[in-house]
Design a protein around this ligand. Sequence first.
Ligand SMILES: [Zn+2]
Length: 131
Amino acid sequence: MSDLITKKYRCPLCKINHTIEFPKDFALNRPSYPFTHTYIHSYEAKYPSSDSGKDVLTILYIDKNLEIRHVEALFQSADGNIVSMEDAQRMITFLTTQLDDVQDSFDALNEKYQKLLKDHQKLLEEKEIHA
Ligand SMILES: [Zn+2]
């Protein structure tokens, strides 16, 4: 039995379907849905071109059921510079989403931490009473 789930998505750059594997619990415990997953695949169009083999930065929007709802793809240039304003805008939108997710995770964790601290304090106090 495999713990991986294979999903297909239509790549807007290559114009073909790619497959990607996720661990079964990949969508669990995300602060919000759909969440984003970023990775890089090599450009592979139906017909070879000068872009073949280039790195494609891929942003997948994945829902609770591990369904891929939306795909964004853009070429990552070799020198790391972002080529166009449009690409830059997309990256900013993407990073803002990521930041929001991180902030949400942080808030949730912090809340748990504060509760743990309180519980710990309580335990200490009880120990003192019984000492
Ligand atoms: Zn592709």
